[in-house]
Design a protein around this ligand. Structure first.
Ligand code: ZN
Length: 191
C-alpha cells in the first residue's frame, strides 16, 4: 500500500506516481482510493482519461467493481493544459492510451509542484510495454505495481491474456475478452 510522505520544508513539491499492472489488478480502485483521501482533505484535483476509453460511462472513471469518480475526457495529452487551473493533484487513468506527449506534460506539471498520479496497463496483451508507460515508469518518483490473481492457477498475475481473436494493440474489453494470467500459465497458452 502506498502511503504518501509529504515534504515538510514548505516548498512547493511535485512528483509523479505510477500505479501499473495487468487488467483486473485493481489499478483504478487504487487510483480512486488515493483521490478520495485527497478529496476528503479538500485538496483540489483533476482526473483525466483519454477519449478512447468509453467503457461503462462517458464522464466517470469506473473500476470493474463499480467504484467511480468524475473524469474529464481529452483527445490529447496537451489538452490537459486547457483544464488545469493550478490544481495540486492531476490524475490520469488508462494512461497507456495517451499519446507520448503525456510524458512531457506529467513532468512539466510535477516540475510546477503538482502531484501527478498515473494509472494504467504496463504491458499490452502480447506482453510488450504499453505506449508511454515505460517512459512514465522511468521518471516517476513512486511506482506501485499491483497484481491480479491468475485465473488458471491462483498465484499473482501480471499478464492480460486476450481471449478474443483480435490482433490490434488497442481492443477494449472486460471479463469476456481478457483474463489475468501468471507467467507460467501465460507462456503455456502463448506457445
Ligand atoms: Zn498461473
Amino acid at each position: 500500500m502506498f502511503l504518501e510522505q509529504f515534504p515538510q520544508d514548505g516548498k512547493p513539491h511535485g512528483w509523479i506516481e505510477v500505479i501499473c499492472g495487468s487488467m483486473f489488478s485493481g489499478k483504478t480502485e487504487e487510483l480512486i482510493r488515493r483521490l478520495r483521501r485527497a478529496e476528503f482533505a479538500n485538496q483540489k484535483l483533476l482526473l483525466f482519461k483519454p477519449r478512447i476509453d468509453n467503457r461503462y460511462s462517458e464522464e466517470l472513471v469506473m473500476s470493474h467493481n463499480g467504484a467511480k469518480f468524475e473524469a474529464i475526457q481529452v483527445e490529447s495529452a496537451n489538452e490537459i493544459y486547457q483544464h488545469w487551473k493550478n490544481e495540486k493533484i492531476v490524475a490520469l487513468d488508462e494512461v497507456q492510451f495517451f499519446d507520448q506527449d503525456i510524458v512531457k506534460v506529467a513532468n512539466d506539471l510535477a516540475n510546477q509542484g503538482v502531484r501527478v498520479i498515473c494509472a494504467g496497463l504496463d504491458m499490452d496483451f502480447k506482453g510488450n510495454p504499453f505506449g508511454p508507460m515505460p517512459y512514465l515508469l522511468s521518471c516517476a518518483e513512486y511506482v506501485t505495481k499491483v497484481h491480479a490473481i491468475c485465473v488458471s492457477c491462483g498465484v499473482p498475475a501480471q499478464f492480460s491474456h486476450r481471449k478474443a481473436k483480435q490482433d490490434d494493440q488497442v481492443f477494449l474489453g472486460a471479463k469476456d475478452e481478457y483474463e489475468p494470467l501468471c507467467r507460467v500459465c501465460y507462456n503455456k497458452i502463448k506457445h
